[in-house]
Design a protein around this ligand. Structure first.
Ligand SMILES: [Zn+2]
Length: 388
């Protein structure tokens, strides 16, 4: 058992009162939070103590594509470049990059990750058993008859389902890629597969997505045609993508919406009426990398949205660090306070991945990992060390 204290301790939701002491069992389980009475026996850290970070959105399988797409190319050229180049590498190059990216997450204080998988490549890193992983087996198919594409996703899902973690939690679900790459028919198949599964979706990352759903025109249509996709089956709804596809999925799923750079107040309000459990994941550095814009953060806060954080992949980010994402948000929205930002990077992320019983807060009975952070406010000099 050990007792730990620091001038500021964040418990995943709030700053604890001054002089609080965290009691941790030898296996990392939080056993109690004490007031100052035991402070003399506690190990004193300077800086901050906080639970381990939760990275809600990552693509470890794309780790070998770092720097392949230049910055600020826009989403549509980005989407055209990734599939064209993702197989220009040997299996060894890919697995080396995956392993390095996984280690980078661990070194940056991440304890749990929501990871996108189109194929079963990341079985190798999941087996390292240092992170809790929810793998979103991402299905793509913009077709009226997507049986083949869904069948492939089912095979990938089965491969992940067979893998069990020894000490870490490994879970998986089949999830839609994005509104412009998943047809109504495929959304319905994903829904039928498991009506209560955790879903994530790349949501409203560009205005072209809503333009396509409302009017069936614009850059998404050009993208589909350039990929040889026949979209005659698609009927525009006159509504945003989010307000359309949510009608094709059961409200019993918890939903994680990723990116949301073009999401409006009306979208957030409608999502609330359609789905009881929603999480809004921001990946600011990836948004700045691809489209050079950020979501309307203040609107989400005003609407009471539950916000969490992802890094996206190394194809659209220079690093895999939740803290670097929080620094990016703080840089562009200086009025955000660190109490809130740290909650987004820890507890809210754990709730989004349905892992709040093990990670994301210093709640007794959980095993969240404990980080020692110095110089939190300075992006260039701050440090993160995992002490538990
Ligand atoms: Zn992504």
């Amino acid at each position: 058992m050990s007792l730990l204290t620091a001038p500021r301790i964040h418990d995943g939701r709030n700053w604890l009162p001054e002089n609080s002491v965290v009691e941790v069992a030898d296996d990392g389980t939080i056993t109690a939070i004490h007031d100052g009475a035991v402070i003399a026996q506690a190990t004193q850290y300077h800086g901050i103590l906080a639970p381990g970070f939760v990275n809600v959105h990552c693509h470890l399988e794309l780790s070998h594509m770092k720097g392949v797409v230049p910055r600020h190319t826009g989403l549509i050229p980005f989407l055209q470049t990734i599939p064209r180049h993702r197989n220009d590498y040997t299996e060894e190059e890919k697995s080396t990059a995956r392993a390095a990216a996984y280690n980078e997450l661990v070194e940056n204080g991440v304890v749990a990750v929501g990871d996108i998988a189109n194929v079963a490549d990341t079985l190798d890193v999941r087996a390292k058993d240092e992170l809790h992983v929810h793998t979103f087996v991402e299905s793509l198919g913009f077709s009226a008859t997507p049986q083949k594409q869904f069948g492939f996703s089912e095979q990938v899902y089965e491969a992940f389902s067979k893998q069990a973690g020894v000490t870490k939690r490994l879970r998986q679900s089949i999830a839609p890629h994005a509104p412009y790459s998943v047809s109504e028919q495929l959304f319905r198949m994903i829904d039928e597969h498991n009506k209560t599964s955790l879903l994530s979706i790349h949501n409203q990352e560009s205005n072209a997505e809503d333009e396509y759903y409302m009017l069936k025109m614009g850059a998404v249509q050009t993208l589909l045609h350039s990929l040889g996709i026949d979209d005659r089956f698609f009927v525009p709804s006159g509504k945003s993508s989010l307000q359309t596809y949510l009608q094709w999925l059961s409200p019993s799923h918890p939903f994680i919406f990723i990116h949301n750079t073009c999401t409006t107040r009306n979208d957030v309000q409608v999502a609330k009426t359609l789905v009881p459990e929603t999480y809004w994941c921001f990946c600011p550095n990836a948004n700045l990398y691809i489209e050079n814009r950020l979501p309307d953060v203040d609107m989400f806060i005003a609407e009471g949205a539950t916000i969490c954080i992802g890094t996206d992949s190394l194809a659209s980010n220079s690093q895999l660090s939740v803290l670097a994402e929080l620094h990016a948000l703080k840089h562009y929205h200086s009025h955000l306070d660190w109490e809130t930002l740290l909650q987004w990077g820890t507890y809210n992320g754990a709730c989004a991945l349905q892992m709040q019983d093990i990670a994301g807060s210093l709640t007794p009975g959980t095993k969240p990992g404990i980080l020692h952070i110095t110089n939190l406010e300075d992006a260039d000099s701050c440090t993160i060390h995992r002490i538990i």
